[in-house]
Design a protein around this ligand. Structure first.
Ligand code: EPU
Length: 346
């Protein structure tokens, strides 16, 4: 089969995407392809370019809002790979294809006795999407273990290897987020350790593990604890469709924090340098949104940072609710909330 015939066999038209985004909003893709190899990716990109179609790389669909039809080519990333490199007595480098499920990969690494990503258990999505927003939870971020990212650079059409320092990581941010469309991640490399101390400083985690003897603590125990803590607070997207934290925790100046604290003594903030990261969930909760729902969408009743699609809500419904929340936080606290998921289509 020629490359052209292979592509034609895989290309689909007018594909419904509600099962492919964790908010479960209805939207369609004009064209769609499951990408399982680098050849697929190159062929799909060449076809889209030749025919003047825009493209969208879709991973687990857990960090985007479909605002309507996507009138281009959706490329769902399925590139699979799990292998170990540079295994020595201190640790090993885990190579993950972009299409690997993130949570399964965490359990795989922790189950093999390697430390470094156990606190990131249960984060939905794929390994290839993880560097884009530099996923983080319970005191750990992906950039703490990431060695390099292999990506197709659409400017040169070459595969490039970007080292950690090249990726310009920050809180929920990276080079990939700041140059949308330029890089298509095909695999990532993580340096995991056999001995490094477990990160148990986060309050919820500390409390959950308080009765566990330190000799019984390993990467898998911690991953399981993280899963239990997340189950208590965060909704399972397969039951209550959601996109995780809908807003980033906003960073404000020390002066702004002090000014707010006079008025709101319980204000939750984490100082860092001359600025303070505020808990967006606290701001939203205090403004009375927690547990709010209209006929279709709402705010989770245990974590105010999570918006839920209760019943047939559209992306527009979710965005309308997000906009009302942002406005009310702006009016009450003078703080701007930034959305975490990207908006696509429409
Ligand atoms: N809080 C409230 N009301 C709520 C929820 C929380 O007042 O409804 C307060 C809590 O009391 C706490 C503070 O807000 O003092 C922070 O809450 P939490 O510890 O739940 O963490 P978060 O800052 O809201 C972040 C991440 C989560 C991650 C947790 C744990 C962001 C945007 N979100 O949430 O990430 O799981 O920390 O590390 O940074 C995700 O990205 O999808 C996600 C769930």
């Amino acid at each position: 089969m020629s490359q052209k015939e292979k592509l034609q066999a895989k290309l689909k038209e007018n594909v419904e995407l509600s099962a492919l985004n964790t908010l479960c909003v209805s939207a369609s893709a004009r064209f769609y392809i499951d990408v399982t190899s680098l050849d697929d990716l190159r062929n799909a990109l060449a076809w889209a370019q030749k025919n003047g179609h825009k493209t969208l790389v879709l991973g687990g669909g857990s960090n985007l809002v479909f605002a309507g039809e996507f009138r281009g080519l959706v490329m769902r990333m399925h590139i699979a790979e799990r292998s170990w490199e540079q295994v020595d007595e201190t640790g090993a480098t885990l190579v993950l294809g972009a299409g690997e499920n993130w949570h399964d990969s965490v359990l795989y690494a922790a189950g093999a006795g390697y430390r470094g990503i156990e606190n990131l258990a249960l984060i939905p999505g794929t390994a290839g999407a993880a560097p884009v927003q530099n996923i983080g939870a319970y005191g750990v971020e992906l950039c703490d273990t990431l060695v390099s990212v292999t990506a197709l650079d659409r400017e040169s059409n070459e595969l490039v290897c970007l080292e950690n320092a090249d990726c310009d990581f920050a809180y929920r941010d990276s080079l990939f987020k700041r140059s949308p469309g330029r890089y298509i991640i095909t695999s990532i490399r993580l340096r995991l350790s056999r001995q490094q101390p477990l990160q148990l400083g986060y309050q919820d985690l500390k409390e959950y593990l308080a009765d566990t003897a330190s000799k019984d603590l390993d990467a898998l125990t911690v991953a399981e604890a993280v899963m239990a803590v997340r189950h208590r607070k965060l909704p399972d997207p397969t039951i209550l469709p959601n996109a995780g934290s809908f807003f980033k925790n906003p960073v404000v100046s020390r002066e702004k924090f002090d000014e707010l604290q006079v008025k709101y003594p319980d204000l939750v903030g984490y100082p860092k340098g001359g600025s303070v990261k505020l808990a967006a969930a606290w701001l939203i909760d205090q403004s009375g949104w927690k547990g709010y729902r209209n006929s279709r969408v709402g705010v989770h009743n245990r974590q105010a940072l999570v918006l839920i699609n209760h019943s047939g809500g559209t992306g527009q419904d979710v965005l309308e609710l997000a906009s009302q929340i942002r406005q009310s936080i702006h009016e009450r606290f003078g703080v701007e909330l930034e959305m975490e998921p990207g908006i696509v289509g429409g």
